[in-house]
Design a binder for this molecule. Structure first.
Ligand code: ZN
Length: 245
């Protein structure tokens, strides 16, 4: 049985955590998790689907204002989770006594509860996973995806982007009409915050820091030396972000 890990306030196994982070990478958003796995009897309305591993709920509302995310953002979260091998659906208050959220089951998780396993079958059969047996209202192109397949196709997904790779990604998103200008700007800011940088550039910055310390400079001076190495890259990213609206 996989180890249960405390992660962002909920309980999950490592495979599910990897999948969540993979989906965040795909859509450039950071999710807020409202329910994890291994939560028997935890939330009424979940019907046992969160009792075992591989289950997670993602908030579709802003934590501070309580405002519902726009439809395009809700659907991007659903697509990104499906793309990495979750069976996932947008849930809304008209269906049951629950707030708007995305309910996701990691397909192929060895620890799925029997209720979660039944939902995976529903997903494959084009259903919404609810007792009403309604039709799935999301895209169907990833129903045969698994985390292992996605990761094999994207072996370096955890590596930081170079500015050129990042510019290509933004262009690709634009070409596919996957995002409007505002969203692309949001993506660019997200990348800035996560400080996209290559391994070489990082090593160079570390060296500048070490050299300054070795030369007897203060900690503050050493930090300034490292930041000076990274600044041109950040400036380039800022420029790309600006150009994209
Ligand atoms: Zn759920």
């Amino acid at each position: 049985m996989p180890t249960i890990i405390s992660y962002r306030g909920v309980r999950l196994n490592q495979r599910t955590i990897d999948m969540i982070e993979g989906a965040e990478f795909v859509c450039g958003l950071t999710f807020r998790l409202t329910q994890g796995s291994y939560n028997p009897g935890g939330v009424q309305g979940s019907a046992g689907t969160h009792d075992g591993g591989g289950a997670v709920d993602i908030a579709l509302k802003d934590a501070k204002t309580g405002a519902l995310f726009p439809k395009v953002r809700r659907e991007r979260i659903r697509s990104a989770t499906r793309q990495v091998g979750f069976a996932s659906w947008i849930r809304d208050p008209s269906q049951a006594n629950w707030p708007w959220h995305l309910h996701a089951i990691a397909m192929g998780d060895p620890d799925l509860s029997s209720a979660a396993r039944a939902q995976v079958t529903d997903y494959k059969n084009g259903l919404n996973g609810l007792a009403s047996k309604g039709a799935d209202d999301g895209p169907r192109k990833w129903v045969n995806m698994t985390w292992e397949k996605w990761e094999a196709a994207h072996p370096n997904w955890r590596d930081p982007f170079t500015p050129a790779q990042y510019a290509n990604l933004m262009q690709e998103m634009k070409n596919q009409d996957m995002a409007n200008r505002q969203e692309i700007r949001g993506q660019a800011l997200w990348m800035l915050r996560y400080n996209a940088q290559t391994v070489d550039e990082r090593a160079h910055a570390h060296r500048a820091f070490d050299d300054a310390i070795a030369a007897g400079q203060s900690l503050e001076q050493a930090l300034a030396a490292a930041i000076a190495v990274m600044s041109p890259l950040n400036a380039h990213l800022a420029e790309v972000a600006k150009k994209n609206g």
